[in-house]
Ligand binder design. Structure first.
Ligand code: NDP
Length: 330
């Protein structure tokens, strides 16, 4: 089977030469292991961090070895109790066609309950990120005005809709194209949205949220964060989920110039990691699952076909080629 390997650590934007798609033997499972044929593989912005050597909350990818990431696939051989051939599992052996691993690292998923790709997105990691970041870290409450950046992406589109469904007074989103902006308002029910490429973020945000924002869910950092601080209401909360605008920077980016505004607003900025909020999983699946079935929460996926396009799909996420969760279908 084919697998993607990191050959050298990218500086700035990753280049094709930093990677190779190599043929690797398919290993039969040893005791307690399963062999899975991947059906859908996830590409996520955080993977850029794992390509660098810097210490972080997940270890860097090892040079010359298969990269990792979320994936769902079908068990085609099993030497593990409780996992049978034909079962579908969510696991971490992505960026490859076949994966052999300890069955305890996999979670069974039901293809009858939801399409398999949903377990990587709307009902998976990015969905829980939206749910936990908005409801727990940002301590969202009914009546809050919520601003989310990266709003047409996997996490952001769910943040805005959860806020609306839970009684936000106003939901504002920003995204990088006019089509995405249209989608936010017309399909996801945002009250206002703007294209951050059309003008200064601070001005566009002030126009979209004339009464300020109580919650800012940050996926982007940079100008967006500074603008949100500028529009923050008293008691406002900023949940820092991601800062995609700086992931390929080679030098540290200057911070927001207006942090003093946190004093008068008693504002709070707090980062979070989805990994720390797994306890919300059952509640998340119950609530979001019900909204999906009722059709009140909508989601998109951008599906790229073929393991050979895994790298392009990943770069596409960094460029903004995706609307909703970016998925590679094998
Ligand atoms: P998305 O589906 O949102 O895809 C990334 C999007 O970022 C692109 O589609 C693009 O959309 C936008 N983007 C790229 N460059 C820029 C830029 N310079 N300025 C503004 N927007 C940009 O990805 P995810 O939903 O998977 O992730 C969203 C964020 O959440 C990321 O920052 C990610 O790192 C973070 N994250 C954090 C987690 C945590 O535990 N804290 C867990 C999961 C994700 P556009 O066309 O609008 O520019």
């Amino acid at each position: 089977g084919r697998e993607w390997r990191l050959l050298s650590r990218p500086v700035g934007w990753p280049k094709a030469e930093d990677f190779e798609l190599a043929e690797a033997p398919v290993r039969q499972p040893g005791p307690g292991e399963v062999l899975v044929r991947n059906a859908y593989v996830s590409v996520d912005p955080y993977m850029r961090g794992r390509m660098s050597a810097a210490k972080s909350y997940v270890a860097p990818f090892e040079l010359g070895k298969a990269m990792q990431g979320g994936a769902v696939g079908e068990v085609i051989a099993s030497a593990a109790e409780g996992v049978a051939v034909g079962d579908h599992v969510l696991h971490f052996g992505g960026w490859r066609e076949y994966a052999t691993f300890d069955a305890r690292q996999a979670v069974k998923v039901d293809p009858a309950a939801a399409p398999l790709s949903a377990y990587l997105g709307v009902l998976g990691m990015t969905g829980l990120t939206a749910y936990a970041g908005l409801l727990r870290t940002a301590a969202f409450k009914e009546g809050d005005a919520v601003f989310v950046s990266g709003a047409a992406g996997a996490v952001g589109s769910q943040v805005g809709q959860i806020a609306r469904l839970k009684g936000a007074s106003r939901v504002i989103g920003s995204a990088g194209s006019d089509d995405k902006v249209k989608l936010l308002v017309e399909e996801y029910g945002f009250d206002a949205a703007f294209n951050y490429k059309n003008g200064p973020v601070a001005e566009q945000l002030r126009a979209a949220a004339p009464d300020g924002v109580d919650v800012y869910f940050d996926n982007v950092g940079g100008d967006h964060l500074e603008a949100a601080i500028g529009s923050l209401n008293e008691g406002g909360r900023i949940a820092v989920c991601g800062m995609i605008s700086v992931y390929n920077n080679t030098e540290a980016t200057p911070g927001p110039k207006n942090l003093a505004r946190l004093i008068q607003t008693r504002g709070r900025i707090e980062g979070f990691l989805v990994n720390d909020h797994q306890d919300l999983q059952p509640e998340f699946v119950r609530e979001v699952g019900a909204w999906l079935r009722a059709g009140t929460l909508k989601h998109r996926e951008t599906v790229v076909e073929g393991i050979e396009n895994n790298l392009e799909a990943f770069l596409g996420v960094l460029r903004g080629d995706n609307t909703g969760k970016m998925i590679v279908k094998l």
